[in-house]
Design a protein around this ligand. Structure first.
Ligand code: GLN
Length: 300
């Protein structure tokens, strides 16, 4: 067995080349992130001493990780984590990897919170929306006494959410529930990033999403709107008058989801854009009078 040790720079370059050859979109960035994951090195210490030698064990572990990424396994499944709203969340193959686009939803939800509010997150997955909402409300905005409930149909996802809440020190209750099936009481705020990809469009997504995000976290039925229809309809029994419902949406679903909400009794319905300028969030306030009016007109 060779005793030759390798320098950081050498393995980083090799790692980048392997990922470039495998046509990984951000090859050198991912090669770097894996190097930093395996060796714990920061950019500053790397550039201070790129010739530092790494142990054979570390080099082996690095190339094993690069090999996984070359097979399109998402970086986050290799490192086991993803940052979201400035917090680090544990992730695995049972939850959708938190996306930066979803931060817009959290931002919008924070504006709807007042002290003592009850908040429900449906299809919570890793728990990233609910947990960052609770953490931000308490630590940064000092909105006290928010009661948070997270629901998911997947027990494996709930285990991840519970671990994240514990690690990040958030007080949340997690319930195994098919949408509202096991949810009791009314909420001031309901948020959800449900599965919204039309079934037939899943095959066209990038490999990392199509093959490694859980399919039940993506598949929104034939037109992608199945969960919006169900959540909007059932929300009427679980939202306070004046309460806020906020969805993440696919960028072409704004109009359809806004219309669903309006015809069910939501007012002040607005579509918000993400940082790329695409429609990403729909929010509205439940207005009981409007719901009765809608029922009289036969919409609900
Ligand atoms: N935003 C995700 C994607 O583009 C989908 C998330 C979802 O269906 N809720 O892949």
């Amino acid at each position: 067995m060779s005793q030759r040790t390798l320098a950081l720079q050498e393995i980083y370059r090799k790692g980048s080349r392997i990922l470039e050859e495998a046509l990984i979109p951000e090859a050198s960035l991912d090669a770097w992130l894996l190097l930093s994951y395996v060796t714990g090195i920061t950019k500053a210490s790397y550039y201070g001493a790129p010739d530092r030698e790494v142990s054979e064990g570390e080099a082996e572990q690095y190339f094993a990780s690069v090999g996984k990424r070359a097979k399109r396994i998402p970086l986050q499944h290799i490192t086991g984590e993803q940052e979201f709203m400035g917090y680090t969340f544990r992730v695995n193959e049972h939850v959708l990897i938190p996306r930066q686009d979803t931060e817009v939803l959290v931002d919008e939800a924070l504006q709807a919170l007042s002290p003592g509010a009850r908040a429900l997150d449906l299809c919570t997955g890793s728990g990233c929306i609910l947990i960052s909402l609770l953490k931000m409300a308490e630590e940064r905005l000092h909105i006290e006494e928010i009661k948070g409930v997270g629901a998911d149909i997947s027990e494996e996802a709930l285990a991840v959410a519970e671990e994240n809440a514990k690690r990040l020190g958030a007080q949340a209750q997690f319930v195994k529930s098919d949408l509202f099936a096991k949810i009791e009481g009314r909420f001031d705020l309901i948020v959800s990033n449900p599965p919204y990809i039309p079934t037939e469009a899943i095959e066209g997504l990038q490999d990392e999403v199509r093959l490694f995000d859980p399919r039940i976290a993506l598949d929104g039925g034939a037109d992608g709107l199945h969960f919006y229809r169900e959540i909007v309809r059932q929300s009427i029994g679980h939202i306070e008058d004046g309460g806020t419902l906020i969805f993440e949406i696919g960028c072409e679903q704004g109009e359809a989801v806004a219309a669903l909400m309006e015809s069910a009794g939501y007012g002040d319905v607005r579509v918000k854009k993400d940082l790329s300028g695409l429609d990403r969030v729909v929010r509205g306030r439940y207005n009981r009078e409007q719901m009765y009016e809608s029922r009289r007109r036969g919409n609900v």
